[in-house]
Design a protein around this ligand. Structure first.
Ligand code: PEP
Length: 249
């Protein structure tokens, strides 16, 4: 079922005290929309955040996970470990994971399978770099990122998949895709899903926008018919800004 979602990706920010303080500030905010709200703290703070947010209407989600169930993968975290601390959703394929940690479509397909096998919901990120946009190649790039990592799945799997279109040139740069650029790409993503799976999957899958989304531009971006919410980086580190975005619907 297509939902409005605003998810905050805290990346490698906030130690224990800062996490506690931000969570307390978030719990003091008032939500005036139907949007589902999620935040993704670092792994060190994920279990305590999940506990602190119980009953708050805000979900603590993971920024990443490994595809293996357990074993000799130093520094990694498995799907069942996430579940054991009450996590139900994981972000996969963020452009920073792709760029700095060499995550490929192939690795991501394995992570997707492991997450779904463990009944985790996935926020699957993808998006073109600036050179692709400049050469007008963005649709081909996005189509291949989606199809390589997700098109081995059956239609039923999409009940647990949220897509997040994040043009890399807009992440953390202050440069945002225009609402029209976001809408055009989201419509293309839905068309790509419809071609492969039919209109039910295309119309029922939430597609979020990410890339310098702020209180000042969220309303216009979220007003576009194929934009179902946002994955928020920088602005998610401030509770007032984050909830201004949540309440922008
Ligand atoms: C992100 O990292 O997913 C993101 C969208 O970051 P920012 O909002 O800071 O551009």
């Amino acid at each position: 079922m297509r939902k409005q979602i605003v998810a905050g990706n805290w990346k490698m920010n906030n130690d224990v005290a800062q996490t506690e303080s931000l969570l307390a500030n978030l719990k003091n905010q008032t939500k005036t929309t139907n949007a589902e709200v999620m935040v993704a703290p670092t792994f060190v703070n994920l279990a305590s955040a999940a506990k602190a947010l119980e009953g708050s209407g805000i979900e603590a989600v993971a920024q990443n996970m490994h595809f293996a169930e357990s074993g000799a993968y130093t520094g990694e975290i498995s799907a069942s470990m996430l579940k054991s601390v009450g996590v139900k959703t994981v972000i996969l394929g963020h452009s920073e994971r792709r760029e700095y940690f060499n995550e490929t479509d192939e690795t991501l397909a394995k992570k997707v399978d492991a997450a779904l096998a463990n009944n985790l919901r996935i926020i699957f990120c993808f998006g073109e770099v600036l050179a692709d946009r400049k050469s007008n190649n963005q649709e081909a790039v996005v189509e291949s990122q989606i199809s390589n990592a997700l098109f081995h799945l059956n239609a039923d799997a999409y009940k647990n998949i949220v897509l997040a279109y994040e043009p890399v040139w807009a992440i953390g740069t202050g440069e945002t895709a225009s609402p029209e650029q976001a809408q055009d790409m989201h419509a293309f993503i839905r068309k790509t899903l419809a071609t492969k799976y039919g209109s039910d999957v295309a119309n029922n899958t939430s597609v979020l926008y990410g890339g310098s989304c702020k209180p000042g531009n969220a309303k216009e971006i979220f007003s576009k018919p194929d934009v179902d919410g946002g994955l928020i980086g920088g602005a998610a580190l401030n509770a007032d800004d984050f909830f201004a975005i949540v309440n922008a619907f």
